[in-house]
Design a protein around this ligand. Structure first.
Ligand code: EPZ
Length: 420
């Protein structure tokens, strides 16, 4: 297994080009199952999660070619598609379940192993099931699989008890080929939902309202191939903003949509970080004001994103002042706190709330990444810690960050990737 060796670094300075969004490209790749014509996806990040989705499409019967150098994936899902997804792939990545809706809509049957829980929570799929049933599919739940069947999907109305990103995406994709109109109430509003909706409409779908709480999809007979460039990764953008902040650095981020990260920019501004938008990109200056603590509470978009909670907490451990971090999305997303405390942080957990006494000098330690975003949170903490830090299980980080050590090294981080 590989690990990172990190020495105290910074201030980080220079330019970082943000990659295409992992959480946009995964559902968009799944959506290519909705047509037998070729689809070309551009600005695809080279990530292990994308590799898993490509393998999943191939196991179902799609023909996929991936031009790594030019970041282009072409998918052609012919007429003979298999209806079942292999367990070994679904267990690697929960996002595999995004392929269930398109496969059901295209073939009338989809059987997927239940993706199971992970470090951040139970990750149930009841809202996906509720959505398929609203489209008149019959859904059978085994103890480790979900199977949906429908000779024909019929447009229906579904209220999501929680604005689930995956459930919104799955239902929206399945609804494109249903007969009649589907309405999704209390839908998730993340930018990745809007990007998927743009892709689907370019394929000939008739969707409206993506990015708001109510999405309407008028079903059509069939969809055709198209080309699409995915949006930049707003979570990677926030991660490098926090890398600048924690090292009191000055970074220029290119290929950024500032509107997708306004909650993070607001909270970092409260801490004293200064932002400057220019025609090259978004400049992040953490060397202007002394940084102070602030409180954060994760919420569905456009609120503060849960995927940046652990990374923001790393910043709060080193800036002076008391702060509170409340995680409302995933019940198990505090596993990084034990590792940060081993580096000298002073964080106490009370249910979904963490109390952080900031300003503690961190010291290097041997720690491990517990999930994708927690891994980056530990890297950020290690950049400011005295001495050497060793982070194991970094395969998590490589699921979601393209050329992570290269991008970090280029702006002055002392980080090395070594095989165990
Ligand atoms: C997506 O996961 C993202 N993954 C996650 O990013 C992100 O943290 C999450 O949305 C929230 O923004 C991808 O897009 C591939 P949810 P998803 O369904 O769709 C509950 C990362 O680091 N829920 O919005 O699985 C669930 O338990 C990853 O890139 C149900 O109760 O998240 C959770 O509490 C991590 N029933 C809440 O909704 C359901 O049927 C949010 O989950 C589905 C979800």
């Amino acid at each position: 297994m590989a690990k990172y060796i990190i020495e105290k670094s910074g201030p980080l300075r220079g330019t970082v080009e943000i990659s295409g969004a992992k959480n946009a490209v995964l559902p968009i790749l799944a959506a290519t199952l909705l047509t037998d014509e070729p689809c070309e996806i551009m600005d695809v990040p080279a990530l292990s999660d994308v590799e898993v989705m490509v393998k999943l499409l191939e196991s179902i019967g799609s023909r996929v070619s991936w031009d790594y150098r030019n970041k282009i994936i072409t998918v052609e899902s012919g007429k003979s598609l298999r209806n079942e997804a292999p367990r070994e792939l679904v267990s690697l990545m929960r996002g595999s379940i995004f392929a269930m809706g398109p496969l059901l809509a295209r073939t009338g049957r989809a059987k997927f192993p239940l993706p199971g829980g992970c470090a951040i929570g139970a990750r149930p799929v009841d809202l996906h099931k509720k959505g398929f049933e609203a489209l008149k599919a019959v859904v059978e739940m085994g103890d480790d699989y979900m199977e949906a069947r429908a000779r024909e999907l019929i447009g229906g109305h579904v209220y999501l008890d929680f604005p689930s990103v995956g459930a919104t995406e799955n239902i929206m994709m399945a609804a494109t080929l249903a007969s009649g109109t589907t309405v999704i109430e209390n839908a998730a509003e993340e930018p990745e939902i809007t990007d998927l909706a743009v892709f689907l409409n370019k394929m000939g779908a008739k969707g409206k309202g993506a990015g708001s709480a109510t999405i309407r999809v008028e079903g059509v007979e069939s969809l055709h191939g198209t080309k699409h460039t995915v949006i930049p990764d707003r979570i990677e953008t926030g991660s490098f903003m926090l890398a600048a902040a924690i090292t009191r650095g000055d970074l220029l981020l290119t290929n950024v949509v500032p509107g997708h990260v306004s909650a993070v920019m607001s909270k970092l501004s409260e801490c004293g970080v200064v932002f400057e938008e220019n025609d090259e990109g978004l400049r992040v200056r953490a060397d202007v004001n002394p940084l102070v603590a602030t409180d954060i509470k994760t919420m569905p978009y456009p609120g503060f994103p849960t995927d940046l909670q652990s990374q923001f907490m790393s910043l709060l451990t080193v800036v002076r002042g008391h702060s509170t971090v409340t995680e409302t999305i995933f019940e198990g997303r505090f596993k990084h706190i034990g590792e940060l405390n081993r580096m000298g942080a002073d964080i106490r957990i009370e249910d979904r709330k963490a109390e952080v006494e900031g300003g503690q000098p961190l010291r290097g330690a041997r720690i491990r990444a517990t999930d994708l975003r927690a891994g980056v949170a530990l890297v950020l903490a290690a950049l400011t810690a005295e001495g050497e830090t060793e982070i194991s299980d970094i395969h998590f980080v490589e699921r979601g960050y393209e050329e992570f050590t290269q991008k970090m090294t280029k702006i002055g981080a002392n980080i090395r990737r070594v095989e165990d």
